[in-house]
Ligand binder design. Structure first.
Ligand SMILES: Cc1cc2nc3c(=O)[nH]c(=O)nc-3n(C[C@H](O)[C@H](O)[C@H](O)COP(=O)(O)OP(=O)(O)OC[C@H]3O[C@@H](n4cnc5c(N)ncnc54)[C@H](O)[C@@H]3O)c2cc1C
Length: 374
């Protein structure tokens, strides 16, 4: 049996699209992206905090901090037109309940080589000095998720990668001659697609596809999240603020809407669960969630640290499932998941805990499996 495609990426998020492009650039002839939605990059690749991590966020995971430092310049150079570097990034350390002190944070930034300096007076004055131990200027950017989606579409067209929208993969199984068969629904009805190599890049829905296909499970933790989209008052307009390190908040420009996104470590999470052997569909769980905004709780807490935030106005919220590897709960690290031949030769599961990690996946794919596993 000849495959319809050499390579198929299931999931038209940033990861699926990038994997498809990579396959094409490595010489695969017929490459296809299968996406259940009616457009690319509409799920987690859109509804996230748009932060291009530069390491600061991970004082409890040196490896993720260091990797972020290496990956940010790659992302910025590859997707320059999608990057917003026009705002000032502030990291502040809470004086109570923080998992790191200002001294530890500064030491960590030195270790990973991340630039950090004490903020000038006009920025320090935005913070309640009784609640914040230090206020620092950092170098970190945001990406415009809408421009990133446009860029992906342009690149896929330029590389002749086929994109099948409104196409959902329900099961995968072993086909003849080492192929993988994908059972799909499309706008024209049910069909089967046969591929030589398949990347499963469905993020929060990887586990469901594995279970429905009778393939080995992977341990995931899911979170139903709300990111409030807000208009910020004047003194905050050109700032991104992150309060470290614990049950605090972060407010960042969200360039795709020309608003700021407000994330609160406690109130953003509306529900969490560890995936079981019989996983629920994470999208269905999110659809069923009453969308009662926790913005009031988020902003009430954030205002204790930055009083000017009281004048934030909520315009909207992005709701999305965030999926992490439970092993990294303690240190908040964000390694990639790349499980090759996952229960089926030619079927590879891929998940990155953050956008820039995609380069780690590409590097790993360019490394022969026997070297990578040493
Ligand atoms: C609240 C939140 C905040 C975050 N903040 C940041 C941040 O600031 N910086 C950062 O770098 N990262 C952040 N992340 C993580 C980042 O969003 C993800 O790492 C990244 O978007 C994952 O991309 P993806 O392509 O794997 O997933 P997605 O973009 O979700 O793509 C998966 C695609 O698969 C499709 N799909 C699902 N099931 C099927 C199926 N069976 N058949 C066909 N198609 C299917 C979906 O429709 C979707 O388009 C955050 C995530 C969340 C949720």
């Amino acid at each position: 049996m000849r495959p319809n495609d050499d390579v198929v990426a299931i999931g038209g998020g940033f990861y699926g699209c990038t994997l498809a492009l990579h396959a094409r650039q490595r010489g695969a002839r017929n490459v296809r992206v299968l996406e259940r939605g009616d457009a690319l990059l509409t799920r987690a690749s859109y509804a996230n905090q748009a932060r291009i991590h530069n390491g600061y966020h991970y004082p409890r995971s040196l490896q993720t901090g260091l990797r972020s430092r290496l990956l940010l310049p790659r992302f910025v150079s590859a997707f320059a037109e999608c990057v917003d570097d026009t705002f000032t990034k502030v990291y502040a350390i809470a004086s109570q309940s923080s998992k790191v002190s200002a001294r530890q944070f500064e030491g960590f930034c030195r270790r990973i080589g991340a630039p950090l300096q004490r903020a000038p007076r006009e920025i320090r004055d935005l913070f309640d000095p009784n609640r914040v131990e230090a206020v620092c200027l950092a170098e970190e950017y945001a990406f415009n998720a809408s421009l990133l989606a446009e860029r992906m579409r342009t690149d896929l067209d330029a590389e002749d990668v086929s994109v099948s929208l409104e196409t959902e993969v329900h099961r995968v199984r072993r086909g003849p001659d080492g192929t993988v068969v994908l059972e799909c629904t499309t706008p024209d009805g049910d069909t089967e697609i046969v591929a030589g190599t398949v990347y499963c890049a469905t993020y929060s829905r990887i586990g469901k596809l594995l279970a429905d296909s009778g393939l080995p499970p992977i341990a995931f933790k899911h979170e139903l999240t709300e990111m409030a989209l807000v208009e910020v008052p004047e003194p905050i307009r050109d700032l991104g603020i992150t309060l470290m390190c614990g049950p605090f908040f972060s407010i960042m420009p969200f360039p795709a809407r020309d608003l700021h996104s407000l994330y609160h470590v406690r109130y953003t999470l509306h529900a969490t669960w560890n995936e079981t052997a019989d996983p629920v569909d994470a999208y269905a769980a999110l659809d069923a969630l009453p969308k009662d905004s926790a913005f009031d709780l988020m902003i009430r807490d954030a205002t204790r640290y930055v009083p000017a935030l009281a004048d934030c106005r909520r315009i909207d919220s992005n709701w999305e499932v965030r999926t992490v590897l439970p092993d990294n709960e303690r240190d908040d690290g964000r390694p990639i998941l790349l499980s090759r031949d996952h229960g089926l030769p030619g079927f590879h599961c891929v998940m990155g805990g953050k956008i820039d990690n995609v380069f780690d996946v590409l590097d790993a794919l360019d490394t022969p499996a026997e070297v990578a596993s040493r």
